[in-house]
Design a protein around this ligand. Sequence first.
Ligand code: E4P
Length: 218
Amino acid sequence: MEFFLDTADVTEVEALLPTGLIDGITTNPTLIAKSGRKWKEVVKEMCALVDGPISVEVAALDYETMIKEGRALAAINEKIAVKVPLTPAGLRVCKELSDDDHMVNVTLCFSPLQALLTAKAGATFVSPFVGRLDDIGINGMDLIKDIQEIYENYPNLCTNVLAASIRHPQHVLEAAKAGADVITLPPKIMRQLYQHPLTDLGIEAFVNDWASTGQTIL
Ligand code: E4P
């Protein structure tokens, strides 16, 4: 399973890259707005830092503008996965950019049939939003499982399932068990994955016991 960071905060990317566990980045208009920065500066800095796909979302909703925006984003760096909404115009743009060998991430996926259309449009990634379905009382993880089942029926489909809208570590566990190819994690959740109270207690005991021996390793 690949781990992407779901953030437009370059400082967080710099802080977490040394873990060696980050395979890419996803951003969206909300995250860019939250950063308070110019999108192009953020994207260029991310491209210089990260070896892996960096999703950057188009702003337009109509096909004519969206395809121009998509091509402009793709031209910035080959690491960029152009993020388009799951609409007829978005999937049309997805098909064209994918046919031209650009990476495309189709976002705002809330149904298995939307994911089937996305794969037929040749997307590199489909982003099912787990947390936002949970928010309205629908089990978001069932969507990941349904998409996996459909994609496995058709091995010629090559779209990667990118579990998005992740709210807590349990989502990560369930997405991994469901076989999601990628998960995009808010930095806070990435840090939570390391934590267990028994690890902390164990370290405390080992540190104290080692100190009592009076020995050193170096
Ligand atoms: C990532 O690609 C999505 O835009 C993001 O995970 C959405 O998360 P949210 O539902 O917490 O805004």
